[in-house]
Design a binder for this molecule. Structure first.
Ligand SMILES: Nc1ncnc2c1ncn2[C@@H]1O[C@H](COP(=O)(O)OP(=O)(O)OP(=O)(O)O)[C@@H](O)[C@H]1O
Length: 375
C-alpha cells in the first residue's frame, strides 16, 4: 500500500455529510488530514439560530470520531468585499448573479486554499461532486463526477489550473446515497443531516426580505412588450428572466396562459411580462461571454470548437459552436437550437463529453444577430 502519511491534506469541513465523508476517506487512505471550518457570514437566520455555530459543533464531532485535528478560520471580510459586493452590484444592475461561482473562485479556492498552503498542506480537499484527472503532461483536467445528479462542475467552472492542481475531490467516484451509507456505517454525526440550501454561506432566507436589507426596493409597473400596464412589481431585483412564479397576474380576455418575465427596463423601472411560456423574446441563438477561463489554461490564439454548454445549473447540455477571442478572453457561442431564457449575469459553462472545459459570464444574448432586450 502507498504511504500517504507525509502528504498533508486540509479538508474544507462544512459540518455537512459530504465533507465529513471526504475527510473520512482521506484518513482511511493514510493521509495527514486536517479539518478546517470556514465562517464567512454572521449567519443568525430568520429564526434567530446561528447555523455556523451548530455546523462547527458537527465538524468537531466528526473530526473527533475519525481522529483528525480541526481548526476554524474566519473570512467574513473577504466574503463581504469580494463576493457579497459583487452580488449586490449585479442585482442593482438588474441581473441575476451566481454568488456560488464567485465564492469558489474568490474564497474557497483562493483565500481558503492560501490558508491551507500556509498550514503546509500539499492539497486542499473538498466535498464537492466533481472530479479531476491528471494527463501524461501533468495537466489537471476537470471532469464530471460519477453522480451526475449532484454534479457541481458548473459552480467550479471559473477556477484555473493553478487552483485545481492543488485540489482533491474524494467523492468523485461516489453517488450521494453511497456517501450517506459510508457516513452511517462509520457512525458519523452528520450521516442524516439534510443538505445545505440557499446562498453559499448565507443559507436559506426569505430572499425578498434579505435583499431589501441591503438594497432599497423600488416598486414600479409591470408592462406588456407593447407598453400596456398590467400590474405592479415590488422591485426589479426580485425577478429573473423567464420567471413565472410570484407575478400575481391572472388570465386576460385574450388568453388563460400564465405570465412570464421577458425583460427589464432599468431606466423606466418597468418589468416586462408576457403571457405564454414560449415567448419568442426569450429565445436566443447566440450569446456573448466575457471573463472566459479554461481549466487547462486559456488558449493564446483565437480558436473555434464544438462543445456542449449549460447556461444555468439545472439544465440539459445544449450543443454549441464556440468562437474564442484570445486577446479579450471573450467568446461568441452559437447554439445548435434556440435556447430559452439565456440570462445576462449567469454563467456559461462548456463541456466536451465527460470533461468540463471551463466557462465565463454571459453578457448578452442574441436572436438573428439582434440583441435581446432582457436587461
Ligand atoms: N463552512 C465551510 N467550511 C469549510 N468548508 C466548507 C464550508 N462550506 C462548504 N465547504 C466546502 O465546500 C464543499 C461544497 O460546499 P456545498 O455548500 O456545496 O456543500 P454540500 O455539497 O452540501 O457539502 P456538505 O455536505 O459537506 O455541506 C463542502 O463539501 C466543503 O468541502
Amino acid at each position: 500500500m502507498v504511504d500517504n502519511s507525509k502528504i498533508r491534506v486540509v479538508v474544507g469541513m462544512s459540518g455537512g455529510v459530504d465533507s465529513s465523508v471526504a475527510a473520512l476517506l482521506l484518513k482511511r487512505q493514510g493521509y495527514d488530514v486536517v479539518g478546517v471550518f470556514m465562517k464567512n457570514w454572521d449567519d443568525t437566520n430568520d429564526d434567530g439560530v446561528c447555523t455556523a455555530t451548530e455546523d462547527y459543533e458537527d465538524v468537531k464531532k466528526v473530526a473527533d470520531k475519525i481522529g483528525i485535528p480541526y481548526y476554524s478560520i474566519n473570512f467574513e471580510k473577504e466574503y463581504w468585499e469580494r463576493v457579497f459586493q459583487y452580488f449586490l452590484k449585479e442585482y442593482k444592475a438588474g441581473r441575476t448573479p451566481n454568488p456560488d461561482i464567485m465564492c469558489n473562485t474568490e474564497i474557497k479556492f483562493k483565500s481558503f486554499l492560501e490558508y491551507a498552503l500556509d498550514l503546509d498542506a500539499d492539497y486542499l480537499a473538498m466535498g464537492h461532486y466533481a472530479k479531476t484527472m491528471v494527463d501524461e503532461n501533468g495537466v489537471t483536467h476537470m471532469m464530471r463526477p460519477k453522480d451526475g445528479n449532484k454534479d457541481q462542475t458548473y459552480f467550479l467552472s471559473q477556477l484555473t489550473q493553478d487552483q485545481i492542481k492543488r485540489v482533491m475531490f474524494p467523492l468523485q467516484d461516489l453517488t450521494k446515497p453511497e456517501v450517506r451509507q459510508i457516513a452511517e456505517e462509520a457512525g458519523l454525526a452528520t450521516a442524516k443531516k439534510k443538505d445545505s440550501t440557499g446562498i453559499c454561506f448565507i443559507g436559506e432566507r426569505n430572499f425578498k426580505h434579505f435583499l431589501s436589507e441591503f438594497l432599497p426596493a423600488q416598486g414600479g409597473d409591470m408592462v406588456t412588450p407593447d407598453g400596456q400596464v398590467v400590474g405592479q412589481h415590488a422591485g426589479l431585483m426580485y425577478y429573473t428572466i423567464g420567471q413565472r412564479q410570484g407575478l400575481g397576474l391572472g388570465s386576460t380576455k385574450e388568453s388563460t396562459a400564465p405570465w412570464f418575465v421577458v425583460g427589464k427596463d432599468l431606466e423606466k423601472n418597468q418589468l416586462i411580462v408576457e403571457q405564454g411560456y414560449d415567448s419568442p423574446r426569450l429565445y436566443a441563438d447566440r450569446l456573448q461571454a466575457s471573463g472566459m477561463t479554461f481549466f487547462t489554461g486559456n488558449p493564446d490564439q483565437d480558436t473555434e470548437f464544438k462543445a456542449t454548454a449549460k447556461f444555468r445549473y439545472r439544465q440539459c447540455d445544449v450543443g454549441v459552436r464556440v468562437k474564442y477571442h484570445a486577446a479579450s478572453k471573450t467568446a461568441d457561442v452559437y447554439f445548435d437550437e434556440p435556447a430559452r431564457a439565456v440570462t445576462p449575469g449567469q454563467a456559461l459553462v462548456l463541456y466536451q463529453g465527460e470533461e468540463c472545459l471551463g466557462g465565463g459570464n454571459i453578457d448578452a444574448a442574441f436572436k438573428d444577430d439582434k440583441k435581446l432586450q432582457l436587461v
